[in-house]
Design a protein around this ligand. Structure first.
Ligand code: GLU
Length: 630
């Protein structure tokens, strides 16, 4: 789930790439690296397009850890005269987190460097073959196999006159063909970016995302500056137009112009430029100590964004859902829990049979998918590998795809028959908060629209946004949660119990606590407690209940009393206090949308626990935000 970035243009490449990588760090922050084409010092400051600043060599710098954690950029590479380069931020899948395993990886003769996002699934076989041919390996990554394979393909290519290949910003035809041939042999989902020592950039996509951004004066064929990246957000401040590269396509700069090639057929394909409408490139903390808190505080905004959407689009989709044979909702991690809550709302309010599945584990459904079915995918990035794989299979079987995605231009929305955009703005903290809230609010409204009560649903969400806003500005609420976090942060196990509309909410609370605190948490149906987890209830064990005044109320209070009787410490999130609560987290009564209200204190609690433990709140260990590898 790495992030890849590339730049070619008049600006200082290292600065642009480092800034881009900082924005991509949510995709992985084990290590990072950058490769620059260094220009002839006789012509300092000249852009490659002038033709004067010849690239002399490649300069590579790699570091273990996250760039964002480095306070000031004081690297030599910022002072280097370079207008072209590539960068990578890594989430290790193959090979330890070491400097040598950090991308980009260079060819033996240092004529090109490469970075990958993805996994080469057949890397062992390819490596064995290459070793037999005499190729030496320096790293433990699967990625190095691509580099050696390109070298090998290159060695088999007929040479071109060197005069042609020496032109700045121009690729040797045979390197491009070598990349293409090597790429065709890779199995798995991967996207690569290559920089050669002539200042040329080639990128190829299969599975992992790739977007190209063009600077302000760009027209097809003549871009003034070109950005390559795993997402639009990373270059949003500098770019006006984008081209989303599809699977099976390769993109490169030829005579300063952008060309796109179909990898299989080797034919150039025409492209058109899309105007970018993601100018909200605000990736600053704006006074908050962490992005997580800032993003939780944006919950009212994201709910209002749900209300700003075109009602007609909901109505069209609601009709399709009423006609559908089977309805599935799908996601992974937090989005998987959101998918489950969306299915809940579709059943409860829409009265339609929707079932949720998780992206990583639905093989058992494959034979059942078919024409007439609809699959709904909520996703922050729209690039989650295991979900995309299922959607691709479902689509081939005739299932209609619907998505609710936050990142513009994502693969998921591009493949969808019904596309909804959450427009929640960038979510930088790796732990998803505001996007989850947006996803379940969307599911709630969809359920209401299906039932013909869209207007009531909108009114309820409007009130909910106001209630959450008031809740989050109250110092008292923060103090209470902060104090509770201090008590919980040093525990061993935390249980979270909920029923009906709150079951997914406590599961999401569990996810947030695990992600931020690295403490074992367990979210279970309140009613299931007595079937097994009751054995764990003893003095002092913290049990958090999310309680709403709905059909489940009495059952949940029974569970409260059952754990209380065994000495557990009961923490209740509810509108009204209860005598069995040891701690009460009061929330406004928000009726039908009560579950959406209840997630807010759980997110804030998880935030203060992570802070209390001194963890890297916005970048918890080992995870990445956008899981684009399987
Ligand atoms: N497989 C590559 C590595 O471990 C890239 C990983 C990724 O994209 O997450 O270095």
């Amino acid at each position: 789930m790495c992030g890849i970035f590339g730049y070619s243009g008049p600006k200082n490449a290292s600065q642009i790439i480092l800034e881009g990588l900082k924005r991509l760090e949510y995709r992985g922050y084990d290590s990072w690296g950058i490769a620059l084409g260094i220009q002839n010092s006789k012509f300092p400051g000249l852009a490659p397009r002038s033709g004067a600043g010849k690239i002399q060599n490649l300069f590579v710098e790699k570091h273990v850890g996250a760039i964002g954690d480095i306070k000031t950029f004081n690297f030599k590479l910022l002072t280097l005269n370079s207008h072209v380069g590539i960068g990578h931020t890594r989430w290790a899948t193959h090979g330890g987190i070491t400097e040598v395993n950090a991308h980009p990886h260079c060819s033996s003769d240092k004529s090109f460097c490469l970075a990958q996002n993805g996994i080469v699934e057949n890397y062992q076989k390819l490596k064995q073959d290459l070793v037999k041919l005499g190729y030496k390996f320096q790293t433990q990554t699967d990625t190095e196999v691509i580099v050696r394979l390109i070298e090998h393909k290159f060695s088999l290519q007929p040479r071109r006159p060197s005069a042609v290949s020496l032109r700045p910003n121009r690729l040797q035809g045979n390197l491009m063909q070598s990349v293409r041939e090597a790429f065709l042999e890779l199995e798995g989902r991967n996207t690569i970016i290559v920089l050669n020592n002539k200042g040329g950039i080639i990128a190829a996509r299969n599975g992992s995302p790739l977007v190209v951004g063009l600077g302000s004066q760009a027209r097809p064929g003549v871009p003034s500056e070109v950005y390559f990246s795993s997402d639009t957000l990373s270059f949003a401040p500098f770019v006006e137009k984008i081209v989303v590269i599809d699977n099976g396509q390769m993109v490169y700069l030829k005579n300063h112009a952008l060309e796109i090639l179909d990898i299989k057929s080797n034919k150039t394909i025409p492209y058109s430029l899309e105007k970018i409408n993601f100018k909200s490139s605000k990736v600053e903390k704006q006074g908050y100590s962490h992005f997580m808190l800032k993003e939780i505080c944006e919950s009212p905004y994201v709910i209002r964004q749900v209300l700003n959407q075109n009602l007609k689009q909901y109505q069209i989709f609601a009709k399709a859902l009423k006609r559908a044979k089977n309805i599935y909702t799908i996601g992974s991690g937090t989005a998987g829990i959101a998918a489950s809550q969306i299915a809940f709302y579709l059943r409860i309010f829409g009265k339609i049979k929707a079932q949720s599945v998780i992206g990583a584990d639905i093989y058992d459904y494959f034979d059942l998918l078919g024409k007439g079915d609809v699959m709904i995918a909520p996703s922050q990035s729209g690039e989650t590998a295991d979900v995309l794989e299922v959607l691709e299979i479902a689509k081939r079987k005739g299932v209609k795809i619907a998505s609710y995605v936050n990142m513009p231009g994502s693969t998921m929305s591009r493949m969808s028959d019904y596309k909804f955009a959450s427009n929640a703005g960038p979510e930088i903290c790796v732990m998803s908060t505001k996007v989850f809230t947006s996803q379940i609010a969307w599911g709630y409204l969809l359920g209401k629209v299906i039932s013909g009560k869209g207007k009531v649903g909108r009114e309820n969400l409007k009130n909910l946004a106001d209630q959450i806003e008031q809740y989050l500005v109250s110092e008292k609420n923060h103090r209470l949660l902060k104090n509770l976090a201090k008590k919980l942060a040093h525990g061993k196990d935390i249980f979270l119990l909920g029923k009906y509309q709150n079951l997914n909410i406590v599961k999401e609370g569990m996810v947030k606590i695990i992600e931020g605190s690295y403490i074992h948490a367990h979210g279970i149906p309140a009613g299931d407690l007595k079937h097994y987890a009751i054995t764990l209830m003893e003095k002092g064990v913290p049990v958090i209940f999310a309680v709403s005044e709905d059909v489940s109320f009495d059952d949940v209070i029974n569970a409260v009393n059952q754990v209380k009787a065994r000495g557990a410490t009961v923490i209740g999130i509810s509108a009204k206090p209860h005598s069995s609560f040891d701690y009460h987290i009061p929330v406004p009564d928000s009726g039908e949308t009560s579950a959406i209200m209840n997630i807010i204190p759980l997110q804030v609690l998880a935030y203060y626990m992570a802070v209390q433990l001194g963890h890297n709140v916005d970048k918890p260990r080992n995870i990445a935000k956008s899981v684009t590898v399987k």
